[in-house]
Design a protein around this ligand. Structure first.
Ligand code: TRP
Ligand code: SF4
Length: 433
């Protein structure tokens, strides 16, 4: 009798599966069984895809070091979309990740022409206060890009390995694009990779939670991580091959020595590659080589992992846009105004009450329902019930909107109190107001 519909998977009809086939993003579903008490974004398929996230899940489950990193451009107000990234960062931090948050003031300054002073103001008073209010802990690192010289040195290093045409193919650069804009792209890659520098414990799996619009950037950065490597370790079935893709004779010798020290005996050395015939598997050899690289002062980066979340449709139906205040709710806006936006939002209801009673509503097209799924309900059962009630025509939009509107008001009121408390604690995070 009942159609088995997914009470959260269907909120958006956009074809995210295209991202899987065209760009090689893996489906999140496949990795879910390995994640212990997954975040509600994971349970509800809001996080729908990943690259290489298994490296992070394994580290998490085996209590090995791992990290989480993301960034915010201080160019406008902090809203519910940013909150998703913040919650993902905090969830990983609670699971043991070394957590990094960039306030991308170099990017905002170079790309959006925001003054340094305003970047600082927005960085603290919009993003950082909300991040702390949501539960970010001082064991993590919050930094302004312009003040992080380890990151900036790395950005320079990475920019020496990236050329103009490949980067412009991704970002649509032209002859008019400023060099600062290009530099800020390299800063973002360095943001992502710098948690693997020696001062933070060296190479480790690091996940970058982002919206799927940032995937091109992730791909570039994964490639840059690889280009920083001096060796390539490949499984050739009969043996493991170690190719010195950018290694001189000294590094080649160090590689062979490290393999012997690790206990391998059947090693064949050539000028530009080494074959190990008595290895158990590629992974363990790759790890020996990586450690040797780091020991020789090289970077030895692992490719960063990423997870991708869907976007909300937004209260007015189209895409959420910071230039249209009606389409989204800022975490810093007047709670009562926010409540009114919900009352005016587009729903999946019918033209008339009679029609809705007869045919039911469409929660999958409803921006109010979407708000509950993404942000305002922790209770999967409650949502499944509302979904049924709506579809069967027992739930009317007026009462429903009122309920969600009240929750928005309450949420924002509490969040804004927590932000004021966070202001007192900025010093603990190394932020001077
Ligand atoms: N470019 C991102 C944005 O436009 C912000 C950003 C800077 C970022 N550094 C990052 C995101 C590192 C992820 C990881 O919002
Ligand atoms: Fe949306 Fe609620 Fe109306 Fe259903 S009843 S369409 S969930 S507002």
């Amino acid at each position: 009798m009942e159609l088995k519909l997914d009470p959260w998977g269907a909120v958006q009809i956009d074809d995210y599966s295209k991202l899987f086939d065209e760009f090689g993003i893996s489906s999140f579903e496949e990795i879910m069984p390995e994640i212990r008490d997954p975040h509600r974004y994971m349970r509800r398929h809001i996080i729908f895809g990943h690259r290489n996230y298994r490296s992070v899940v394994d580290a998490m489950n085996q209590k090995r070091p791992f990290g989480v990193m993301s960034g915010f451009m201080p160019s406008g107000r902090v809203h519910f979309g940013h909150m998703m990234v913040m919650n993902e960062i905090i969830w990983h931090q609670q699971k043991g990740a070394d957590a990094f948050v960039a306030i991308a003031n170099m990017e905002a300054h170079a790309v959006r022409k925001v003054s340094w002073q305003r970047c600082r103001d927005l960085g603290i008073n919009e993003y950082i206060l909300s991040l702390i209010a949501l539960g970010f802990q001082p064991s993590g690192h919050i930094y302004f890009q312009s003040e992080n010289f380890k990151m900036r040195d790395l950005a320079f290093e990475l920019s020496s390995a990236a050329n103009f045409s490949e980067v412009s193919a991704i970002y649509g650069f032209s002859g008019e694009t400023s060099i600062g804009h290009m530099a800020s792209v390299m800063a973002q890659s360095a943001d992502i990779l710098h948690p693997q520098l020696e001062e933070y414990g060296g190479p480790k799996p690091v996940v970058i939670p982002v919206g799927s619009d940032q995937d091109a950037h992730i791909r570039l950065t994964r490639d840059l991580a690889y280009r920083m490597r001096k060796f390539l370790v490949e499984d050739r079935e009969e043996y493991i091959s170690i190719r010195g893709k950018a290694a001189g004779p000294e590094l080649m010798k160090a590689a062979a020595d490290s393999l012997r020290k690790a206990g391998y005996r059947n090693i064949k050395e050539y000028e530009e590659h080494i074959d190990v015939l008595d290895a158990g598997g590629r992974e363990e050899v790759a790890e020996v080589i990586r450690r040797m690289e780091v020991g020789q002062g090289e970077l030895g980066f692992l490719a960063p992992a990423s997870i991708y979340h869907r976007f909300m449709v937004g209260l007015t139906g189209g895409k959420m846009s910071s230039s249209r205040p009606e389409s989204h709710i800022a975490l810093t806006e007047d709670p009562r105004e926010a409540g009114k936006k919900i009352m005016r939002a587009i729903t999946g209801g019918k033209q008339s009450l009679a029609e809705q009673k007869r045919d039911g509503g469409e929660p999958e097209k409803c921006s109010v329902y979407e708000f509950l799924v993404f942000h305002l309900s922790d209770d999967d059962r409650e949502l499944a019930e509302l979904y049924e009630e709506c579809r069967s025509g027992r739930q009317m939009c007026g009462t429903c909107k009122k309920m969600v509107s009240e929750r928005v008001v309450q949420f924002l009121t509490e969040h804004q109190q927590a932000r004021e408390a966070a202001r007192e604690r900025l010093g603990e995070f190394g932020i001077k107001e």
